[in-house]
Design a binder for this molecule. Structure first.
Ligand code: FES
Length: 263
């Protein structure tokens, strides 16, 4: 889809969990496919910030952000009606699976909300959805209600065991695979979250021979392929090192797990 550069007013900006906020912005008719992202300008900051939407319709879109520094702290203080500059949609998005297949959505931390948009879009197809929400603790479990609405089952995993299974998202996938008992060729895993989680998920996907797409959350500077600040290593038989670099902002952010050269 053609990208658009437009001004958008904040519709709402609310705290939803410890250190996490959800902002709604006017979409001016721009619709996102799950996995695509956008960039917004943050007042007083030169570089735009990339985020993945968790909700999208022709009037507004929403995203969840975590306060991790000055820029996101500034975002959390912006009032309704403030106008931001947006470039969207960007990136490649997830591949829609075939009808009658099973989709396992695996979210970690701030990666989970973008999977809620994927669940919404998959629910319009004949796909059985299982979701795993990985979180540090019960107070930062994100998008549980929306994922429950669209999923046959939602498994919550927390590092401290304060809700659901004690462990990580990959433990959640193992429990779903035991229960779902379907042929691995009919399953697709879709994931967004921190790199160590994506790496563990790749090992599981290779072991179980499950097609898996990973959305990367690399830090981005330019956001349009010019600075090489967001590169990851991709397997290549054509180089001595065995890998080439690809840009998450330009070539991703979604990659098949088989492409990734993990160290
Ligand atoms: Fe500059 Fe990706 S952020 S190349």
């Amino acid at each position: 889809m053609k990208k658009h550069d437009f001004k958008s007013k904040i519709v709402s900006n609310k705290k939803i969990a410890e250190n996490f906020y959800r902002m709604e912005l006017e979409s001016k008719g721009i619709l996102f496919s799950a996995g695509e992202f956008f960039q917004i300008s943050v007042p007083t900051h030169i570089l735009r910030r990339p985020f993945a939407p968790s909700y999208s319709d022709s009037e507004k879109f929403a995203y969840t952000y975590q306060i991790v520094g000055e820029g996101t702290e500034m975002l959390s203080k912006l009032a309704e009606g403030t106008e931001l500059s947006v470039i969207a949609p960007l990136g490649n998005g997830f591949t829609m699976p075939e009808d009658n297949s099973t989709a396992i959505l695996v979210g970690g931390g701030c990666g989970t909300p973008s999977l809620a948009l994927l669940a919404t879009q998959l629910s319009k197809k004949n796909v059985i959805i299982y979701s795993i929400i990985g979180s540090r603790s019960s107070c930062t479990v994100l998008e549980k209600a929306r994922l429950e609405k669209y999923s046959k089952k939602v498994v919550v995993t927390t590092d401290d065991g304060s809700e659901g299974l004690k462990g990580n998202s990959v433990n959640g996938v193992e429990s779903i695979l035991k229960e779902a008992k379907c042929n691995s060729s009919t399953i697709n895993i879709f994931s967004c979250g921190p790199a160590p989680m994506l790496k563990s998920l790749t090992q599981l996907a290779n072991r179980e021979n499950i097609n898996t797409e990973l959305s990367f959350e690399e830090r981005m500077a330019c956001g349009f392929g010019a600075c090489m600040g967001c590169v990851i290593k991709i397997n290549s038989k054509n180089t001595e090192e065995g890998f080439v670099y690809k840009r998450v902002c330009h070539d991703g952010p979604v990659f098949n797990s088989k492409e990734i050269y993990w160290q």
